[in-house]
Design a protein. Structure first.
Length: 116
């Protein structure tokens, strides 16, 4: 189960590592779009856009439905929530370190590594 979660998380971060895919997700966050609509701001072919969308689909970030000959995409935010949960662990780590730094800056005499 843990390995499966790591694999899914890897797919999410891999999908998010590309600027074009992030921009597509931003558009999808505002509502459903066709593959053509997602491709148009990037002046790319439908085939190229479809490859990006497939990467997003493998990560579970996008759901695609076909109506007639038109492919519609919509965002599925659940994988983003899992990625956010993972990142929050590091947020707590940095918050603790920043709080310690602030304390040291306020009271430099309390620094155990600074013998006076």
């Amino acid at each position: 189960m843990v390995e499966h979660n790591h694999t899914r998380l890897d797919l999410v971060f891999r999908a998010l590592s590309d600027q074009t895919r992030r921009a597509m997700l931003e558009r999808l966050a505002k509502g459903e779009h066709t593959v053509g609509e997602l491709a148009s701001p990037f002046r790319m072919s439908l085939a190229a856009a479809s490859k990006h969308i497939q990467t997003l689909q493998r990560a579970g970030l996008v759901k695609r439905t076909v109506r007639g000959r038109i492919h519609y995409c919509r965002i599925d935010p659940r994988p983003l929530a899992r990625a956010d949960d993972w990142l929050r662990g590091y947020e707590r780590l940095w918050d603790t370190r920043i709080e310690r730094l602030v304390e040291l800056l306020r009271h430099p005499d309390n620094d155990p590594s600074n013998p006076r």
